[in-house]
Design a binder for this molecule. Structure first.
Ligand SMILES: [Zn+2]
Length: 428
């Protein structure tokens, strides 16, 4: 059978369309589950049930994080992630064909103050062709698109020749330990496809990131005698300013990077969480600041960590209290390499053909990302070409996150056509 014939393509596209209303309902149900770390259990249950209902073989397991310690890309998250649960559905191929991992994370980031949302973050709403809700864009719509792409192939009367693994992972937003767990379990394929919200573009390069916590001490005193004490909160602000200067220096270097020189301020520092102090009228004795800093593809993570340590040490040495009581740095999550997609000509050609067939336009366009995805684990550490391509989203990690449903339908078509060509099809 000529799997790429226009007739077959038309049948697949029609099958996506026929299932799309149900797909949108399914996406709404999935987005309604608040799968913020570490409460991803209900979303994993939801996916395991959906796979079983469709006849996939389901592997639902939990591994102690400690048992992943020898895996490439492992990070210990300062012991804050004791275990990792993943759900993988497998569909054995109907014949000889290339295998494929369809991976997506189902963890979402916290929604922030609900009164800043126009509609509640976990009560998904459809408006003007968009679905609103935390995680709708990043990346539940892409995850659901991959599942329904396989449904569409079956509805059109085809079975993929190559083996499929449909993987639901956690920890993408904080460490990547979900992807690590599936690789440690032994899952491999000829290609990995991650439908993060790329606006129907292909991620060519992505930054890495480092998470760390500054643990700053102070000397408590009654505020009436403030001169006898030292505020840990004020001292932490001093360290944050030094890190902002480091951020400016790293971005000045990034202006020389072949892929990032055209990107405005690609490496972003963020002091994302702060806690400290015990009493309004006492100088705070402690302050913890959780930070994130980006790095470039090709950067050595250990070197960048040493630079962060040096910046903090120098700033502490210039501070009257921290000089003798230096802050501690704890590595709490990502220690992630940047990644550039290379050597993936074969799946890229298949993706290009699928994209052009579904959208009627040349593409997909290359994207240079200032965020990261799980593709690095496949591409950097396991030699598996890893494509990141998905629908159009807006305000991810922000208020009123949303995903464009027309792009979700296009993306579902593209994934279905990609599977058809990459894995091959047989009439079932
Ligand atoms: Zn994501």
């Amino acid at each position: 059978m000529d799997k790429t014939s226009p007739e077959v393509r038309a049948k697949i596209v029609a099958a996506v369309e026929a299932g799309f209303e149900r797909q949108v309902e399914f996406l709404s149900d999935f987005t309604a589950i608040p799968s913020v770390r570490p409460n991803e259990g209900a979303a994993l249950d939801f996916m395991a049930g959906a796979l079983r209902g469709r006849g996939w073989d389901v592997d639902d397991w939990t591994v102690r994080a400690h048992d992943l310690r020898d895996e490439p890309g492992f990070v210990d998250c300062a012991g804050e992630v004791p275990s990792v649960r993943s759900v993988v559905g497998t569909m054995e191929g109907a014949g000889e064909g290339r295998s494929l991992i369809l991976q997506g994370h189902l963890d979402v980031v916290p929604e922030g103050p609900e009164d800043m949302w126009q509609t509640p973050p976990y009560a998904p709403k459809l408006r003007d062709g968009w679905m609103y809700g935390r995680g709708a864009g990043d990346m539940k719509a892409g995850k659901v698109a991959a599942l329904f792409a396989v449904d569409a192939l079956r509805r059109a009367g085809y079975a993929p020749m190559g083996r499929l693994h449909y993987q639901s992972v956690v920890e993408e937003e904080s460490s990547g330990l979900g992807a690590v767990a599936t690789l440690a379990r032994g899952y491999r394929a000829d290609c990995a496809f991650i439908p993060e919200p790329t606006g129907l573009g292909l991620v060519r390069a992505q930054v890495g990131a480092i998470w760390f916590r500054l643990k700053v001490r102070g000397r408590p005193a009654h505020v009436a005698y403030a001169g006898t004490g030292s505020s840990a909160i004020t001292a932490a602000m001093h360290l944050v300013s030094a890190l902002q200067e480091m951020e400016a220096a790293w971005n000045a270097e990034a202006a020389m990077h072949p892929l990032y020189k055209g990107v405005e301020h690609p490496l972003n520092f963020n002091a994302g969480m702060i806690r400290g102090g015990d009493w309004t009228s006492s100088l705070p004795a402690w302050c913890d600041v959780d930070c994130r800093m980006g790095l470039l593809p090709g950067d050595d993570v250990a070197t960048r960590k040493a630079q962060i340590e040096a910046v903090v040490a120098k700033a502490a040495a210039e501070h009257p209290f921290l000089r003798d009581t230096p802050p501690e740095i704890v590595w709490t999550g990502f220690q992630a390499d940047g990644f550039t997609l290379e050597g993936a000509e074969a799946p890229e050609a298949v993706l290009r053909a699928a994209h052009e067939a579904a959208t009627g336009q040349a593409g997909p366009e290359d994207q240079i990302w200032t965020a990261l995805t799980d593709t690095r684990f496949y591409g950097l550490y396991h030699g598996i070409p890893a494509l990141c391509y998905g629908p159009t989203a807006d305000a991810i990690h922000g208020f009123d996150e949303r995903v464009d449903l027309a792009s979700v339908q296009r993306c579902t078509e593209v994934i279905a056509l990609f599977i058809a060509e990459w894995c091959g099809l047989r009439e079932s």
